[in-house]
Ligand binder design. Structure first.
Ligand SMILES: [Fe+2]
Length: 101
């Protein structure tokens, strides 16, 4: 059963697609938050062994976040459009946006 912390709208009013979209967005959020936390801990520790573990864990979370983003790209055409516009480019990012407008 869904809790209010998980869903901002009535669970029963959302389609399966909307629920899966929300699940994927939340998962990416959580993965990126974990990336930041592991990175902060790796930067802060003076223990080299622990730093290597934390960096490894951070990099695993980056992989997980990218898997979630790819899922979102596949199910949502707006994600797909913007990822095709911005990712793997070399031009100034704001200039790319200006060209798009
Ligand atoms: Fe993860």
């Amino acid at each position: 059963m869904a809790t209010s912390a998980e869903w901002h709208e009535d669970y029963d009013k959302m389609s399966e697609e909307a629920l899966n979209f929300s699940r994927a967005v939340k998962s990416v959020q959580e993965e990126l938050e974990a990336v930041d936390w592991y990175n902060q801990r790796a930067q802060a520790t003076r223990d080299d062994q622990l730093r290597r573990i934390l960096e490894h864990n951070r990099d695993e979370e980056i992989e997980h976040a990218m898997m979630g983003l790819e899922y979102l790209r596949r199910i949502n055409p707006v994600f797909d459009k913007h990822m095709r516009t911005y990712l793997f480019t070399k031009d100034d990012i704001t200039e790319i946006e200006e060209k798009e407008d």
